[in-house]
Design a protein around this ligand. Structure first.
Ligand code: HEC
Length: 296
């Protein structure tokens, strides 16, 4: 009996080697999970946050405080969701579910970073919110944005560095203008790297993208994303990204010991553009302590 087991183990190890150990997914049951809450941000671009009469947090941001420092308490968001859903901050139409938790797990090895997101996607976006209007329809999209080392206040403000009042779907904005980073410079690290999984519809047409946000958002060209996979079990999504530690020009090169500011964005219920649920800015540590510690 013992012999049989041993040879089975040897056989499966060889099999794993044969099928490409390069992306051997981790045993997720052993990887710590932390909930990050995403919320519907309405029209609160960085210009709004930096306007003292709109957002009293502006002064704290100037002193180095982070969004999370003021708006997260004991793992829950301290934000006024009634205000966020009101005409003042969401003139078009807010979803019923203003906020929901996303379980985040991360792990890495010599070649790859693995991130797994687990969440129940709401299906109650406002009928007026911008939605997918062409096939294939994506019921859900899940994205991770990693801040480059030179993004101004990157660790404090997270994805808000790319969120501006003149970006499409903001009131009165140019419908073609995509999100961007001010004074972006890819070579110097003032940009965001990002990758996304898109569900397709009813399990058909799922796809992935590997891009970045610099002077404008570019939905292609990344060479680091090996694969993005997702599963929908009665509305509970499990999305797993396998990303090489380093890739091409606009792929942030990651290394053990590094702490990278990042954010999560979920487009639920076929929404597009700003009608997503987003996280505040958190940090991801590769074997280093951070909000989310990727384990080896
Ligand atoms: C120094 C503390 C502080 C910091 C840092 C801070 N905020 Fe705030 N924020 C507040 C306070 C206080 C309010 C509520 C009153 C107001 O708007 O002035 C608020 C309100 C908001 C609101 C509107 C909903 C509500 O609860 O009224 C949003 C959205 C928001 N903040 C997002 C952010 C984001 C995103 C960041 C980081 C880029 C951030 N805040 C940084 C203190 C802060």
């Amino acid at each position: 009996m013992k012999n049989v087991n041993t040879s089975f183990v040897v056989f499966s190890t060889l099999l794993a080697l044969g099928t490409g150990l390069a992306h051997a997914a981790p045993d997720w049951s052993k990887v710590p999970k932390r909930d990050v809450h995403v919320f519907s941000p309405g029209v609160t671009p960085i210009e709004w946050l930096m306007n003292k009469s709109e957002h009293s947090g502006r002064a704290g941001l100037g002193k180095g405080e982070s969004c999370v420092g003021c708006h997260e308490e004991k793992g829950a968001l301290s934000l006024d969701f009634k205000r966020l859903a009101s005409k003042e901050l969401e003139p078009v139409g807010a979803p019923k579910t203003m906020s929901f938790p996303v379980g985040v797990q991360a792990s890495y090895d010599k070649e790859n970073l693995y991130i797994r997101l687990t969440f129940k996607a709401p299906v109650d976006a406002s009928a007026k919110a911008d939605k997918e209007d062409k096939a294939p329809l994506h019921e859900v999209k899940a994205a991770i944005m990693l801040a480059g080392p030179k993004v101004a206040q990157g660790a404090q403000i997270g994805c808000w560095a790319t969120c501006h009042s003149d970006v499409r779907s903001m009131p009165g904005a140019d419908p073609k203008k995509k999100k961007y980073v001010a004074n972006a410079n890819v070579a110097e690290g003032n940009y965001f790297d990002y990758f996304q999984w898109k569900s397709g519809e009813a399990g058909v047409g799922s796809t992935q993208l590997d891009g970045h946000v610099a002077g404008e958002r570019v939905n292609k060209g990344g060479q680091a994303l090996v694969k993005a996979e997702g599963e929908n079990n009665s509305g509970v999504y499990t999305v797993t990204f396998t990303r090489k530690l380093s890739g091409g020009e606009a792929d942030l090169a990651l290394a053990e010991g590094q702490v990278i500011p990042f954010g999560v964005a979920i487009h639920a219920d076929k929404t597009v553009h700003r009608f997503h649920h987003v996280s505040l800015g958190y940090t991801l540590g590769l074997g280093a302590s951070a909000d989310i510690k990727a384990v080896k």
